[in-house]
Design a protein around this ligand. Structure first.
Ligand SMILES: [Zn+2]
Length: 121
């Protein structure tokens, strides 16, 4: 797939998601046109995540351990919550500078035994 198209799709999907979040803050109906559009945005984002290689700055973000925002390179990042799936952990994160949000995927990399101490049973 064309790298320019992939980057355009990532930008579009991120902008649409941000816009939808601000709309949906005052939205009650779960099957409104806005939430159906949000479902569509999430479907495209899911496809992009699995089928299309992310833009170079996202790969750099992964390679450097997630220190600087993958969009604006700010170091004012915030981690929010963990979402566990089988074999994977998703960590929601955001940038305080450009206000973009993303999810970081972590995979099981190892195990270490926990030995009982006086504070554990
Ligand atoms: Zn940023």
């Amino acid at each position: 797939m064309d790298r320019t198209l992939i980057e355009a799709l990532w930008t579009l999907i991120n902008e649409a998601d941000n816009l939808l979040d601000s709309w949906l803050e005052s939205e009650d109906e779960t099957q409104s046109p806005r939430s159906r559009l949000q479902n569509a945005v999430h479907t495209v984002r899911q496809w992009l995540s699995t089928e299309a290689a992310p833009p170079p700055h996202i790969q750099a973000y992964v390679d450097t351990g997630g220190i600087h925002c993958p969009y604006c390179e700010s170091d004012q990042l915030t981690g929010h919550s963990l979402d566990l799936e089988a074999g994977h952990v998703w960590l929601a994160a955001s940038c305080q500078s450009c206000e973009r949000r993303w999810e970081e995927q972590y995979t099981l990399a190892g195990v270490r035994e926990i030995t009982p101490t006086s504070t554990e049973r």
